[in-house]
Write a protein that binds this ligand. Structure first.
Ligand code: NAP
Ligand code: G4F
Length: 370
C-alpha cells in the first residue's frame, strides 16, 4: 500500500499542531510549512520536531514558486490548507495582506497541485469558516444557508470557498471546504476572545492583572474544542466524493457567558451590571481582596467596524455522513480545560520569576552582579 503523505500549511497554528499529532498517530508522513521569523518560536509543534515522520519546510502562501516547488518535492496525497491571517479584527487593519493570503493563497495551493500534475493523486482540504455567514440570514446555519461575509477576512475566505468549488467542478479535483465554527483550546492564540479571557481570569486570580477589557459581550458563538475538530478535516478527505461540511457543536453561548464560566473555574464569581460601554463584571465571591472589585470592563477599542454576532451551526450533515460526534467535549469542559491550563501556566511563570528574583538577590549579596 502506498504511504499517506500530508502537507499542512499553517502547521505552527492551533489547528495545524493538533492535526499533525492526529495524522502522525494514523501513520502519516507529515510535512509542514513554516515561515521565516526573527524569533524561531514554534511552541505548539516543538514536541514533534525530531520525529522521523515529521518534516518542516520554508514556504509562504504569498509565494507561488515556493508552493509549486514544495508540492513537487513532497508529492503529498493530502494537503490541508490551514494557513491564514486568521484574526478578523486584524483583517480590518491589513485587508490587502489578508486577501493575498486567505483568498489568493488558496488559489496558489490549487495551482501548485495542477502544476505538478497531482490532480488525481492529491486531495485538498480548505479551512473555511462560519464567518462566511457573517450578517446571518438564518439561524442555525447549515450547508444551504446563504453567505453574507461581514469583514475583509470573511470576504477573502469566501473567495477561497468558491475557488475550491470551482476547481472541483472544472478540473474534477478532490478538494473540499470544512466550514468550521469557532474552535478553541489551550493552544488558542492569545488575542482571540476565549483565550484572552481564560488567561486574564488566571492572571487576576494570581494577582498579576487588575482588570480585563473586552468588546461586544453580547456576541454569540458556537464554540467547540479544536482537538475534536481536526478529526473532521481528515474525515472530509476520506469520503468517496468531495463535499463541503459544516462543523459545529449546535450550541450557542455569549462572550459574557464564556467570561462568567471562565472566572468561575478560576475561583471568582462575577456579576454583570450596567449596559453597553458602561457594563462591568463585579466580583461577588472569591478571594477576599477581589470582592466588590470591577474585574471586567468594556472598551470601545475592541469593537469592530462590522461584527458578526449570531453564529450557530447545524452539524446534522457531519453527524450523519462523517459519523462525527460534535459533543465529544462540552462547552463547560472546554472552558475548564483552558482555565486549568492557564492557571497552571501563570503559576509556573510566577514560580520561575521567583526563582530568578531569588537567584538575583543571592548574586547581588555575593557581589557577583553589580
Ligand atoms: P492560527 O492559530 O492563527 O494559525 C494560522 C497559521 O497560518 C499559522 O501557522 C501561521 O504561521 C500560518 N500563516 C499565516 N500566514 C501565512 C503565510 N503567509 N504563509 C504561510 N503560513 C502562514 O489559526 P487556527 O485557529 O489554527 O486556524 C486554522 C485555519 O482555520 C485558518 O485558516 C483559519 O482562518 C481557519 N479557521 C479557524 C477557526 C477557529 O475557530 N480556529 C474557525 C474557522 C476557520 P505563523 O505561526 O508563522 O504565523
Ligand atoms: O475570538 P474572536 O476574535 O473570533 P472570531 O472573530 O469569531 O474569529 C475566529 O473564529 C472564526 C470562525 O467563526 C475563524 F474563521 C477566525 O479565523 C477566528 O478563529 O471573536 C469572537 C467574538 C467577536 O464577535 C468579537 O467582537 O468576540 C467578540 N469580542 C468581544 N471582545 C472580542 C473581544 N474578540 C476579541 N478578539 N477580543 C475582545 O476583546
Amino acid at each position: 500500500m502506498s504511504k499517506n503523505i500530508a502537507l499542512i500549511t499553517g502547521v505552527t497554528g492551533q489547528d495545524g499542531s493538533y492535526l499533525s499529532e492526529f495524522l502522525m498517530a494514523k501513520g502519516y508522513e507529515v510535512h509542514g510549512i513554516i515561515r521565516r521569523s526573527s524569533v524561531d518560536f514554534r511552541e505548539r509543534i516543538a514536541h514533534l520536531e525530531g520525529e522521523p515522520n515529521f518534516h518542516l519546510h520554508y514556504a509562504d502562501l504569498s509565494d507561488s514558486m515556493s508552493l509549486v516547488r514544495l508540492v513537487g518535492k513532497v508529492q503529498p496525497t493530502e494537503i490541508y490548507n490551514l494557513a491564514a491571517q486568521s484574526h478578523v479584527q486584524v483583517s480590518f487593519d491589513s485587508p490587502e495582506y489578508t486577501a493575498d493570503v486567505d483568498a489568493v493563497g488558496v488559489l496558489r495551493i490549487l495551482e501548485a497541485v495542477r502544476a505538478n500534475h497531482l490532480e488525481k493523486i492529491c486531495k485538498v482540504y480548505q479551512a473555511s469558516t462560519s464567518e462566511l455567514y457573517g450578517k446571518v440570514e438564518e439561524v442555525p446555519q447549515n450547508e444551504n444557508t446563504p453567505f453574507h461575509p461581514y469583514s475583509p477576512y470573511a470576504v477573502a475566505k469566501l473567495y477561497g470557498f468558491w475557488i475550491v468549488k470551482e476547481y472541483r467542478e472544472a478540473y474534477n479535483m478532490f478538494c473540499c471546504s470544512g466550514i468550521l465554527f469557532n474552535h478553541e483550546s489551550e493552544r488558542r492564540g492569545e488575542t482571540f476572545v476565549t483565550r484572552k479571557i481564560t488567561l486574564a481570569a488566571a492572571c487576576i486570580a494570581h494577582g498579576k492583572q487588575d482588570c480585563l477589557y473586552l468588546g461586544n459581550l453580547d456576541s454569540l458563538r458556537d464554540w467547540g474544542y479544536a482537538k475534536d475538530y481536526v478529526e473532521c478535516m481528515w474525515l472530509i478527505l476520506q469520503q468517496d466524493k468531495p463535499e463541503d461540511f459544516v462543523i459545529a457543536t449546535g450550541i450557542q453561548h455569549s462572550v459574557r457567558e464564556f467570561t462568567i464560566l471562565a472566572f468561575k473555574y478560576a475561583g471568582i464569581t462575577l456579576e454583570f451590571k450596567g449596559k453597553g460601554l458602561n457594563e462591568v463584571g463585579v466580583c461577588i465571591a472569591g478571594p477576599s481582596e477581589l470582592i466588590g472589585k470591577e474585574l471586567v470592563k468594556v472598551s470601545e477599542d475592541f469593537y469592530r467596524p462590522t461584527d458578526v454576532v449570531n453564529l450557530w451551526g447545524d452539524p446534522t450533515k457531519a453527524k450523519e455522513k462523517l459519523g462525527w460526534n460534535p459533543m465529544t467535549t462540552s462547552f463547560e469542559k472546554l472552558v475548564e480545560i483552558m482555565v486549568k491550563h492557564d492557571m497552571a501556566k501563570i503559576a509556573a511563570d510566577n514560580a520561575a520569576a521567583n526563582i530568578r528574583k531569588t537567584n538575583l538577590a543571592e548574586y547581588l549579596e555575593k557581589g557577583i552582579v553589580k
